[in-house]
Every structure is written in C-alpha cells, then in structure tokens.
Write a protein that binds this ligand. Structure first.
Ligand code: NAP
Length: 258
C-alpha cells in the first residue's frame, strides 16, 4: 500500500484560487484525492478546478454524461459568515482540511489600529478557527481526519512590520496544538507548516530574477535552500493529508530553513 496516496480521501482546501492553496489542490488531486476548492475570486477558482486531475471534471470532458463528478468548487469570502455557512452546507464528510486562505500586510507597530488587527486576525485566525469548529459541530469531519494550517517561519524569526501577521499565525499555531489534544480520541490530527518565503502572488516580486543583487544576497542568506515554490509546500501538505503522517499531531513543520 502506498501510504502517500490520497485515493478515497475527500479534502477541503481554502485559499485554493492562488499560490500555495492552488498548488495543494492540484497535487492532492494528482495523489488521488477528491478536492473541494474554495477561494474568493470565482474566475481564478474555476481555472484551478478545471486543472484538477482525474479527467472527470465535467468541464474537461464536454458532453460525457456518464461521468461521475469527483471534485467541487465553491467561491466564498470566508470572513462573511453566511458565505462560510453556505460552504459548510455544501460539504460532504471530509477526511482532511487544508487552511491556506490568508493575507499578509507589513505594518510597523506604531501604526497598528484596531481595524488592522480585525482585518489580519479576521482571515488569518478567526476564519480557520470558526470554520474548523463549525465543521466539527456539523459532524462533517471523519474520524482519523487530518487538519493542516498554514503558518510562517516569522512566528519564530520576526521581521520589520510583521507584528500583526506573525501574531495571527502564532495564535493559529497555539490553537492547532490544543485542537490536536482535544481531537486525539477521534484520531483526528492537527498540524501546521511554518513556511519561509514562497514565490506566490502574496509576496511581491520574490523571484530571484526580479531582485537587486544585494537584496538577493540577503534573502539567500536567510534561505539557504533558496526561495520556495508553492509545489514545495504542497508536497508536504500531501504528506500531512496522507496516512504516511498518521503518527504526527500537534506539530509545526519548519520549511525553507532560515
Ligand atoms: N507566500 C509565502 O511566502 C508564505 C509563507 C508562509 C506562509 N504563507 C501562508 O500560506 C497561505 C497561502 O499563501 P499564498 O502565498 O499562497 O497567498 P496567495 O497566493 O495570496 O493566496 C491567498 C489565498 O487566500 C484567499 N483569501 C484571502 N482572503 C480571503 C477571504 N476573506 N475569504 C476566502 N479566501 C480568502 C485568496 O483568495 P482570492 O485570491 O480568491 O481572493 C487566495 O486564494 C497564507 O495563509 C499565508 O499566510 C505564505
């Protein structure tokens, strides 16, 4: 048996319209999993849905009516409670949740106001916490399921302007550890990935080719293995969703060095 296979598993991926969530959704489908993709932008979400592996998306096989729909797509702004509730009603029983939806936004501490805290914590902390609790209350998470939260290496190594972002992710890491403890009787696991810099639309111009030499040198010192690709993180996400990680819970995996 290939313990990295996701065949037979149904997994919700938030933030699937872009970056790491997009790569995770595509790789989960390649590993045999059924994916429910959600994100705010309907066009970009549809583009990801159309790329999901299996060849059994109706959109990729026009006119084939004998076709079984495996994956599904649900556009939603998850900071909007009715949107979140509608998504949950749409969900089948899940074997995994990958929480990728999030925002970044550098802000030096002396400029932080309540509205900034609400905005950053709203999507980065409140959404994954509320979504998880609601899914649990609706009994839509199977015993033995796996939950993965995207955090950042910045919770360990601060950067200028990162107080709110790092704070929201540090809170998520603490939440994940408690969730792991409370869910252990059901065999439900909860883990985080603390990623270094990944080349996604969230980060402006991170590609090495776009960087000034001096900035590149600085970055490469912090990331001895270079800047990550979304697929590098997606590989680890597949591992956390699979049976290969069934003895791991309450942890945070550091990726990218630093
Ligand atoms: N890139 C990095 O260097 C890095 C490093 C460490 C951790 N992370 C974390 O990894 C996760 C993914 O980051 P990324 O780099 O892939 O970012 P990204 O490319 O900007 O993607 C962010 C995703 O979150 C979704 N999203 C944002 N606000 C939302 C809302 N209110 N409701 C629903 N969805 C919402 C976006 O949807 P739309 O685009 O459709 O609006 C998009 O799909 C984030 O949690 C981030 O903090 C990223």
């Amino acid at each position: 048996m290939n313990e990295l296979s996701l065949t037979g598993k149904t997994i919700l991926v938030t933030g699937a319209s872009s970056g790491i969530g997009r790569a995770a959704a595509l790789m989960i489908s390649k590993a045999g999993g059924t994916v429910i993709v959600t994100g705010r932008n309907p066009e970009r979400l549809k583009a990801v849905f159309d790329l999901l592996e299996t060849g059994n998306n109706p959109s990729s096989v026009p006119g084939n009516s004998s076709f079984v729909i495996r994956h599904s797509s649900f556009p939603a702004d998850l900071t909007n409670e009715p949107d979140m509730d509608a998504l949950i009603s749409h969900l089948p029983a899940l074997d995994g949740i990958v929480h990728c939806a999030g925002i970044v936004g550098p802000l030096p501490v002396k400029f932080i106001a309540q509205a900034d805290i609400d905005r950053m914590f709203g999507i980065n902390y409140c959404v994954p916490v509320n979504l998880t609790s609601k899914i649990l209350r609706k009994k839509k998470l199977a015993d033995g399921a796996s939950i993965l939260f995207m955090s950042t290496i910045a919770t360990k190594n601060p950067y200028f302007g990162g107080a709110l972002y790092s704070g929201s992710k540090a809170a998520l890491e603490a939440y994940s550890k408690t969730l792991a403890l409370e869910m252990v009787a059901k065999g439900i696991r909860s883990n985080c990935i603390m990623a270094g810099l990944v080349d996604t639309p969230m980060i402006e111009n991170p590609s090495e080719k776009n960087m000034q030499e001096e900035a590149l040198e600085r970055y490469l010192k912090r990331y001895p293995l270079g800047i990550g690709r979304p697929e590098d993180v997606a590989n680890a996400i597949v591992f956390f969703m699979s049976e290969a990680s069934k003895w791991i819970t309450g942890t945070s995996l550091i990726m990218g060095g630093e």
